[in-house]
Each structure stands twice: as C-alpha cells, then as structure tokens.
Design a protein around this ligand. Structure first.
Ligand SMILES: [Zn+2]
Length: 261
C-alpha cells in the first residue's frame, strides 16, 4: 500500500478477494484510520472492511504453510494455475505477506518453493544457520509492524552445513576463519555446547540435527524476548513466533509445538 493511499483505492488496486480469512481490527489500527478526517463515513467503513481482509491470523497463516508444504511434497503446484505474470502485476504497488520465514541460506531449502507460495506471499529472511542477529530482528520487526504479518517461523533443516561447521569448530578450533564466519558461528556455539553437554550421541549427522533443533529454539527465544517491538505484538496484536524444521530427505516441514520451541 502506498503512503497516503486510501484503503478503498488499495482495495480496488489489489482486487482483494473477500473470501480471504478475516481477522480483527485492532484499536490502534482504527485510530490510525481515523487520522485522516477528510474521509467520509462510507469510506471508513470500506477501509475497515479491507483491514479485515488485509491481515491474516497466525493460525490461518500456519494452515497455508502446512497446505503449501503438502503440495510441494506431492508435486502439486499452486502457481501452475496462477501465473507469475499475474502475481507480478498484482504485487507491484504493495506487499501483504501472510507469514515471515527466517530460514537458512542453504541452496536446497528455497522457502517459497518448499511452501509452494507465490510472489508477495512470504517475507523471507535467509542467513546461514537461521540465526537472529540485529539485521534479522530488524527485518522481522519491519514485516510485523509495517506489513501486517502475524506469523514468524524460524526454519532449520537437517544436515545443515552451518551447524556442522559450528560443531567442527567446537571440536577443533581452526585458524583463519573470517570475522564474518566467526560472528555467525558464535551465535550457534551456545547450542552446540548445550547439546554436547547433554547428549551421548556419536553419529555426526544425528548430533548436527540435535544442535539444529536447539539452535532453532534459541533463535525463537531470541525473537520472543529481545525485541520490545515483537514483544508488544505478541502480547497485544496476535503475533505468533514458532520453530520448525525441514527434512532434506522427505521435503516435509515439521512445525514445533508453540510451547516446545
Ligand atoms: Zn543450513
């Protein structure tokens, strides 16, 4: 949505489908709408209607991701019946992603493909090891506060190279690591230490997957507790932050229980 654009214009531009899941209009958003006192009442009613469809509950967003992943695994693609050209034209003026995904940069885990979503559907942040440094937190704060997304998923994956590198560094400290790689590994190291201190596992692949899960939980915890903005949206605006893991072997995404991660 362009700044200063009325919600009615937005509705007309977007060709919004009123069958989309509805959600609540918060007090803050109604106040925001009322700032433009030039609008006649019927326009404001229309705006509220659009806001109803503009935001999507975290629960509904999660259902979309689950359904999209099932299509991906079964090789049924939503985008085949919804052309990229049409998606591109519809998303030129604005974006309203229904979920935010913080995933790994691994080339085998392209998030829009894994969840079978199109242009404008997902706000994606990818970084090796799906860590949450300030820039990742800031990106998520933007998507939550400015774009209206109400679901954040931190997605790890099996056989993660960033996790393996962190484990190797823990076992044999190596010289010559760049400052950038050191910074990245330093955020995964606490998860490595926690798992190593608690696990009797000897298989490297199993250890890597255990550390990956712990690292996802740690990233979720960081997002839930270290950003006042995200804390506000969790408490008052229906924001949900959850963990999940993707299996390279099967293509399935397993979402963690909200209390589990
Ligand atoms: Zn990875």
């Amino acid at each position: 949505m362009r700044f200063g654009q009325s919600f009615l214009e937005f509705e007309l531009d977007r060709g919004i489908n009123l069958t989309e899941p509805w959600t609540i209009v918060t007090f803050y958003e109604i106040c925001f709408l009322n700032l433009d006192m030039r609008l006649p009442v019927f326009l404001m009613i229309s705006q509220i209607k659009v806001l109803f469809v503009f935001m999507i509950f975290a629960e509904d967003a999660l259902t979309r991701l689950v359904d999209g992943n099932a299509r991906f695994v079964s090789d049924q693609h939503y985008s085949e019946s919804y052309s990229f050209e049409r998606q591109r034209m519809e998303s030129v003026e604005s974006q309203t992603p229904f979920a935010i995904i913080l995933g790994c940069s691994d080339s085998r885990v392209p998030l829009e493909i894994v969840f079978d979503q199109g242009l404008g559907d997902l706000f994606v942040i990818r970084v090796a090891g799906n860590i949450a440094a300030y820039s990742q937190i800031g990106s998520i704060e933007y998507a939550v506060s400015k774009l209206g997304a109400r679901l954040v998923v931190v997605l790890g994956h099996t056989r993660c190279g960033a996790i393996l590198a962190s484990l190797n560094e823990y076992i044999h400290t190596t010289d010559g690591l760049t400052p950038g790689i050191k910074s990245l590994i330093s955020r995964i190291q606490p998860s490595v230490e926690t798992v190593i201190s608690q696990s009797d596992e000897t298989s490297t692949n199993v250890l890597v997957d255990q550390i990956m899960k712990r690292n996802v939980e740690a990233t979720v915890d960081t997002l839930r507790t270290e950003s006042p903005v995200l804390a506000h949206y969790q408490q008052h605006e229906g924001l949900s932050i959850i963990g999940a893991e993707y299996s390279l072997e099967t293509g399935w995404v397993k979402f963690y229980d909200e209390k589990e991660s």
